[in-house]
Design a binder for this molecule. Sequence first.
Ligand code: NAG
Ligand code: NAG
Ligand code: NAG
Ligand code: NAG
Ligand code: NAG
Length: 231
Amino acid sequence: MSQPQHMHTFCNATDTFTQTSLYEINRNLLLIALAETSSLVTYLNATVGLSPETVHGMFLCRGEINATSCSDCVRTAALQVATNCTLSKKAVIYYEECMVRYSDVSFVSELEVRPIITRFSLRSAPNLNRFNKTLSDKFDQLILKVSSSSLIPYFLEDQELVTQVEGSYELKSMVQCSPDLDTSSCTFCLKFAFLRVSTCCGSPSLAQVFTPKCLLRYKTSVLPSSPSPPS
Ligand SMILES: *[C@@H]1O[C@H](CO)[C@@H](O)[C@H](O)[C@H]1NC(C)=O
Ligand SMILES: *[C@@H]1O[C@H](CO)[C@@H](O)[C@H](O)[C@H]1NC(C)=O
Ligand SMILES: *[C@@H]1O[C@H](CO)[C@@H](O)[C@H](O)[C@H]1NC(C)=O
Ligand SMILES: *[C@@H]1O[C@H](CO)[C@@H](O)[C@H](O)[C@H]1NC(C)=O
Ligand SMILES: *[C@@H]1O[C@H](CO)[C@@H](O)[C@H](O)[C@H]1NC(C)=O
């Protein structure tokens, strides 16, 4: 079993339910349903229980991971969010591979950019003086393409060999929106996520941003340089 990489857990502490309530039972049933379904699909929204004890939930796996990793991630996330957010009415848990959330309020089709989490490497990107421009050009393109595509789920990945006088490197990038968003909300969400990545922490060699409705990620790898010609 591959080990999903935990990013952050947001438990809403202001809004809680009481132990052994119907809400707790519904929340746990919902999380079991999400975990069970995660071996079949990469996205699900689901609702359990009657008002006012209704619990809404969803999971979303990163588009490029396989079914086994998706399911491993959602199962782990569902278990951890129930353990860590024991009595919260709303919670979101982010892993690098997937996210799982539940709430007493329906969020299908809602554009939400919070809570947001960013993970980045401490190493700097290559070709620093041009990296910002390279990266924003890349994400401008990807965001435009993924949001104007009628393909659901919204997911696009890209791999480019960036060749500049300073040196060459590989840039892998991806963007993804939750399938319940319309195209303009998808664009907004990804632009917001990209703004976060480009202002969070300089120019890291790797970064990933997750919001409840979209995610964005890139990774650079410097290629071994070719032997310099004899002088
Ligand atoms: C669970 O909560 C503890 C204490 O707040 C925290 O240190 C830990 O990282 C959390 N784990 C997960 C998986 O959310
Ligand atoms: C917690 O939930 C309340 C409403 O139920 C909301 O107003 C508040 O913003 C939430 N807090 C966080 C940190 O999400
Ligand atoms: C799925 O991906 C994980 C992580 O990359 C890998 O370890 C595993 O072998 C893959 N499983 C299948 C069935 O391809
Ligand atoms: C959300 O889930 C419900 C069933 O639980 C389904 O009818 C609906 O189509 C889903 N909505 C979206 C936008 O995926
Ligand atoms: C790239 O942009 C980030 C965020 O605006 C900034 O912190 C960084 O200094 C910029 N790097 C260069 C080389 O301009």
